[in-house]
Design a protein around this ligand. Structure first.
Ligand code: SF4
Ligand code: SF4
Length: 314
């Protein structure tokens, strides 16, 4: 496994980052015990970087894996919160410390920023993270985003040290510009010293059929320090680790197609429509419906926002 310096954070991370969304209830729905075994295998094979979020509900899975890996090496966990107030972020911080069983959170991000405007709106929450960094509770602070404009806005803010942007071979899911626009913004952010770790390299599952080509598209890019790949089985972990170690003679991981399922008991409240970062949903005849099929990256964010548990990625 290759390791890189994550910008100027002082953190050394594996080029393969374990994306934990897939093991949790928004996707595969593995129980914490079962999910922890998948992550533990990745840690044993040299992956030292884990990406999660408060919304993913995978803190229990990660805590169990970290407990079992204790004494065998440092693990860099990045988490995220949608909090935009001081009180909200203080709660998120405490929830992460307790949930992950960590006194110090290596990386804490503002989840899914869209532009300089949303960053301004989240400033009270960002201030809490910066204070936590000063107090030694957080090691590095940053943002995650699907939006080109948010990468550009973060580049201009010295306090932001880590950016997790959406980037992949076909550009699926990128908001506010093309794949080239996003790459140009990423290069500028990296040159400004930000640590960059890519999300959705497989387009949330759309590119699973061209898994090797999609990863080979990002792997040569030095400006991208690490790549978060969602993994939900030990077989997938082993394939991805081997691929990142340079093996190209591997069978492709089993491809299981994903789809968005909306149940009949949807009340049409619109919460999922507002939560979708890609504008892929609409209300039609009083129910949620997919408006733009090509735009859904199966992130599961809509499911997390549904009070009726009526929408999910299956
Ligand atoms: S429809 Fe749901 S799963 Fe698809 S991109 Fe939007 S929030 Fe994510
Ligand atoms: S959040 Fe749930 S109940 Fe509300 S519109 Fe979306 S699917 Fe329907």
């Amino acid at each position: 496994m290759k390791y890189t310096e994550l910008g100027r954070t002082g953190l050394s991370v594996s080029r393969l980052c374990f994306g934990a969304l897939t093991i949790g209830p928004l996707q595969r729905g593995l129980a914490p015990e079962e999910g922890s075994k998948v992550l533990l295998r990745a840690l044993e094979l040299g992956v030292n970087f884990v990406d999660t979020a408060e919304m993913y509900e995978t803190y229990d899975h990660i805590r169990l894996a970290l407990q079992r890996f204790a004494g065998r090496g440092q693990v860099v966990v990045a988490t995220k919160s949608y909090a935009y107030t001081r009180a909200g972020m203080l709660e998120s911080l405490e929830r992460a410390q307790k949930g992950l069983g960590l006194e110090v959170i290596p990386i804490f991000l503002l989840h899914e920023q869209e532009s300089s405007h949303t960053l301004r709106g989240h400033w009270p929450a960002l201030e809490v993270l910066l204070e936590a960094k000063k107090a030694g509770i957080v090691q590095a602070v940053g943002i995650s985003t699907h939006h080109v404009q948010a990468v550009m806005a973060a580049t201009a803010i010295p306090e932001i040290e880590v950016v997790s942007p959406l980037i992949n071979k076909t550009g699926i899911g990128i908001q506010g510009g093309s794949r080239e626009d996003m790459l140009a913004a990423i290069v500028k952010a990296a040159e400004a010293g930000k640590g960059i770790y890519a999300m959705k390299p497989l387009g949330g599952g759309h590119l699973l059929g061209e898994w090797a080509e999609a990863l080979d598209y990002l792997l040569p890019m030095d400006h991208i320090h690490s790549i978060a790949v969602g993994m939900k089985s030990i077989a997938e972990v082993e394939s991805n680790v081997a691929f990142f170690q340079g093996r190209r003679d591997l069978p492709r991981p089993q491809v299981s197609s994903r789809q968005l399922h909306i149940d009949y008991w949807c009340t049409g409240c619109g919460s999922c429509v507002a939560a979708c970062p890609n504008g892929a949903l609409e209300l039609s005849d009083g129910r949620a419906a997919v408006a733009l099929h090509g735009e859904c990256v199966f992130c599961g964010y809509c499911g997390a926002s549904c009070p009726e548990f009526a929408i999910k990625v299956i």
